[in-house]
Design a protein around this ligand. Structure first.
Ligand code: BGC
Length: 471
């Protein structure tokens, strides 16, 4: 049973807001780094003389670092704790972005971006885990969407500050350090704030430190009744798992759930979102669209349409949102592909029809809208819901890692594909990815709205088909 249903909490203590703000800064930093490239790439290219494949490699190395960071974060979160891992990622963000601001030589900058990715990989695993474990039960659900919202705020924020630096400072060498310093600033806030947040009570319980867990819960919750309830619930879950702990992850059922989570993440990337997040200004440029529209359309729409997801995800359910998102993205990718087919690859300086430009901008807006209210938040949410408790860390580690791995593959090849096979080709590939995602949703993905995590687990144990574990 849910503690919120059993014990009626009366408002939240200040520390709860503090926990939410500090931990969700991890999401913000994820966004700041993801959104960094779009408007900073031309500046980086000028300062470091990067060509097309060099730009792709520099963009994609973050994903490799993040995949490795996500892989290790499961061990880190167990070993040094959730808070310790958050502090580690905060420290890495400060050091790597801070060092980058000194504009070291390209080899060093490249590895700094790898370790920035490593920090994001840790944050993308630990933040949702910490929030789910440390926030009172009543607000645990909204925490999943809060994480995605912070990512989109980060992407928007860094796109905006980068545009401001571009407008105000004409020298590339002078503006690039400032671009990095924005990341340093927020990383410092997270690191310093992180020192003052409590460790996750569930981690203390895992480590057999019940007294410490009780102390933290007393700080977070309003009454002794709530504290006792949570402790009892944790003891039950941990007791239940003790005999099965090592077994859970080696079962066929677990493997099947991992596959569902893994494909959720693969499709989240195969629909092409990060090509828009990273390269929109460049792609718009191919169609002769430059300036503020090219630089800010994607981050603004992405941020705005993450808000409806917060309530739609409970009202419509996860699957309806995902279907709607895939269909909308598929249609808009086809439209974008046909626009590029119609304009071909114009030589620089050749005027492109106003109508084609308008259609392309509308297609991109519709596409981002389609992603922001569906696959953006829901892919992460489903991956945090479908795993049995004893395998949740392992499951989420694997799915987070796969998300970054596939994101990297897409980012490392997108521009080259456009160059080799024509600008339209990439959009056809993404449209095809959207179609495959619909097939995947239909056959394998469960609807998890309105069921408790325990019910999902029970259904799994009873051998229900994956598609029905949420009903
Ligand atoms: C994805 C990221 C993406 C972001 C865009 C997240 O859900 O995992 O790869 O950059 O959404 O908002």
């Amino acid at each position: 049973m849910n503690v919120a249903a059993a014990v009626k909490p009366t408002g939240f203590k200040g520390i709860v807001y503090w926990i939410c703000i500090v931990a969700s800064l991890g999401g913000l930093l994820f966004g700041l780094d993801q959104g960094f490239i779009a408007n900073a790439l031309p500046t980086i290219q000028k300062v470091y003389g990067l060509n097309l494949s060099g730009s792709e490699a520099f963009s994609a190395i973050l994903f490799t670092g993040a995949a490795i960071g996500a892989f290790l974060s499961g061990f880190l979160a167990r070993g040094i704790g959730r808070k310790g891992s958050l502090l580690l990622s905060g420290a890495l963000f400060v050091i790597m972005a801070g060092w980058s601001a000194f504009l070291p030589n390209y080899e060093i900058l490249y590895w700094l971006r790898f370790f920035l990715g490593f920090a994001i990989g840790i944050a993308s695993f630990v933040v949702p885990l910490y929030l789910a474990e440390a926030a009172p039960a009543k607000i645990r659900g909204s925490m999943g969407t809060l994480f995605q919202l912070m990512i989109t705020i980060g992407i928007f924020g860094i796109s905006l500050t980068n545009v401001i630096f571009i407008k105000l400072i004409s020298s590339h060498v002078e503006r690039l350090p400032l671009m990095f310093l924005v990341i340093v600033l927020f990383a410092l806030i997270m690191f310093i704030g992180g020192i003052f947040i409590p460790e996750s009570p569930r981690w203390y319980m895992l480590k057999g430190k019940k007294d410490k867990a009780i102390n933290v819960l007393k700080k977070i919750l309003n009454s002794q009744e709530e504290v006792d309830f949570e402790i009892k619930e944790m003891e039950e879950v941990l007791g239940l798992g003790a005999g099965k702990k090592s077994g859970t992850v080696f079962t066929k059922t677990f493997l099947k759930v991992v596959l569902v989570g893994a494909f959720m993440m693969i499709f989240q990337q195969l629909v092409g979102i990060n090509v828009m997040i990273y390269y929109a200004p460049r792609i718009f440029g191919y169609a002769g669209i430059t300036g503020i529209i090219a630089m800010m359309t994607v981050p603004v729409v992405n941020l705005l349409f993450t808000f409806p997801a917060i309530w739609l995800v409970e009202k419509w359910g996860r699957k309806k949102l995902l279907y709607a998102g895939s269909i909308i993205m598929c249609a808009s990718m086809f439209v974008a592909a046909f626009v590029f087919l119609s304009i071909g690859t114009p030589a620089p300086g050749v005027a492109i029809g106003g109508f084609s430009k308008v259609i392309l901008v509308v297609a991109v807006i519709v596409y981002i809208f389609g992603f922001a209210f569906s696959w953006g938040p829901v892919a992460w949410l489903i991956c945090s819901e479908i795993f049995p408790i004893q395998g949740r860390e392992v499951g989420m580690t694997i799915t987070t890692m796969i998300n970054w791995f596939w994101g990297g593959i897409v980012i490392a090849h997108a521009l080259t594909i456009m160059k080799l096979y024509g600008n339209a080709s990439l959009f056809f590939i993404f449209a095809f990815g959207c179609i495959l995602s619909i097939v995947f949703l239909y056959f394998w993905v469960p609807e998890t709205r309105g069921v408790t995590l325990e019910e999902i687990e029970e259904n799994l144990r009873n051998g229900k088909k994956l598609k029905h574990i949420g009903s």
